[in-house]
Design a protein around this ligand. Structure first.
Ligand SMILES: Cc1cc2nc3c(=O)[nH]c(=O)nc-3n(C[C@H](O)[C@H](O)[C@H](O)COP(=O)(O)OP(=O)(O)OC[C@H]3O[C@@H](n4cnc5c(N)ncnc54)[C@H](O)[C@@H]3O)c2cc1C
Length: 344
């Protein structure tokens, strides 16, 4: 337990903000994206810059406090908060700057994805996120980490799932994207789930690198404005994002169009920034969210049958889904052991 005098002395020399239990801002400061996560840190600190991050870490180390680092707060299991210890919340360290010549973007440690998306798209570039970072290490040192500089630390911070340090600045490689992406979902009756799953697998296996697909068995949500009778009932759906030219997307998605008229459909060319924001309302802060995931090398018929069976059992009013995402292609070009230990 931290005594008031110690915390006050720390707060007086700290550039950012320090929030303690019992203060008016405490409940808002301890909230994270997933409403299921309800932790009560002993202290929430919001640094204004690198010097504050170093000071916060030193304070925590000297008192052997558990530290959780918070960026956007979206960690589904709640890794960016803790009970009793110190949360270092980077939300005051914002901003993204793009260098169009080098095709890179530099983001502050607490920058949100929308800041990076908007800065990159303003000059026809895009970032699928993540290559280099500047780090305050767990002992308070400041280093640059990349594939070439401090590579062990770079590997650890990307994939080990533990607090190796705090990234106060990220540098990302950008790619050209000056045209609309083709994005959206087609919904079909649940009775066609097996056929749709087969088509999803074929398209994922034979489609171009530009195409990402997801296959879903879930309830139709009332907010989705489906034709009457569908709301709240199980459906099968395929979502796509094609980042090639719209005419290439039309060609690559022809088999999906030929599958038959959907119950509802929203696949069309749209600006990348529009596609990026479409999930914002459904994924709003504070919902209670539970999720489990695994890697699959194939999509057996039996698994789809099980998903359909369980979808019929989702209670009315709840929002549950089975989602299968294609993960190969360009994603698979990143070596298996680049961000985690290779599977045996
Ligand atoms: C609705 C939703 C949609 C998502 N969609 C995608 C998606 O399309 N693609 C995808 O790849 N992921 C997706 N994710 C997963 C998301 O990218 C991860 O949960 C990510 O870690 C969230 O980052 P954050 O900064 O918001 O999270 P936080 O909860 O703040 O942090 C997550 C973890 O990273 C640590 N951390 C955060 N910032 C720093 C920092 N600057 N330095 C060191 N450690 C830090 C935290 O301590 C914590 O362990 C999604 C998550 C949600 C909730």
């Amino acid at each position: 337990m931290l005594d008031t005098r110690t915390v006050r002395a720390f707060a007086d020399g700290f550039g950012g903000e320090v929030i303690r239990p019992g203060e008016p801002k405490y409940d808002a400061a301890r909230a994270v994206w997933n409403g299921l996560v309800d932790r009560r840190p002993g202290l929430v600190v919001l640094p204004d810059g690198t010097a504050d991050v170093v000071a916060a870490l030193r304070f925590a180390r000297e008192r052997d406090l558990l530290v959780a680092v918070r960026g956007g707060g979206h960690s589904i299991p709640g890794f960016s908060t803790c009970d009793d210890g110190m949360v270092i919340d980077l939300s005051r360290m914002r901003g993204a700057t793009v260098d169009p010549e080098r095709r890179t973007a530099v983001c502050a440690g607490g920058a949100l994805l929308s800041e990076l998306d908007e800065a990159a798209q303003s000059v026809g570039l895009v970032c699928p996120v993540g290559v280099v970072s500047h780090l305050v290490t767990a002992d308070g040192g400041i280093v640059r980490v990349s594939a070439d500089e401090n590579p062990d630390l770079f590997w650890g911070v990307r994939g080990a799932g533990a607090n190796f340090g705090i990234a106060v600045s990220f540098e990302y490689a950008l790619h050209a994207l000056g045209h609309p992406v083709t994005h959206g979902t087609v919904v079909h009756p649940i009775e066609r789930a097996g056929e749709l799953a087969q088509l999803f697998v074929q398209m994922a296996e034979t489609g171009p690198d530009e195409l990402w697909l997801g296959f879903y068995v879930r309830l139709a949500l009332p907010v989705e404005n489906f034709p009457s009778g569908i709301g709240g009932r199980p459906i099968a759906a395929v979502s796509v994002l094609h980042c090639g030219q719209p005419r290439e997307a039309e060609r690559d998605l022809a088999r999906l169009s030929a599958f038959g008229p959907p119950v509802a459909g929203s696949i069309e060319p749209k600006p990348h920034l529009t596609a990026q924001r479409l999930g914002d309302v459904a994924a709003a802060w504070g919902h209670r969210f539970y999720m489990k995931s695994a890697f699959l090398h194939s999509l057996p018929e039996e698994l789809v049958d099980q998903a359909v069976r369980h979808a019929h059992g989702i209670p009315q009013g709840a929002e549950g889904e089975f989602g299968f995402w294609s993960g190969g292609r360009a994603i698979a070009q990143v070596p298996e052991d680049a961000t985690r230990r290779a599977l045996p």
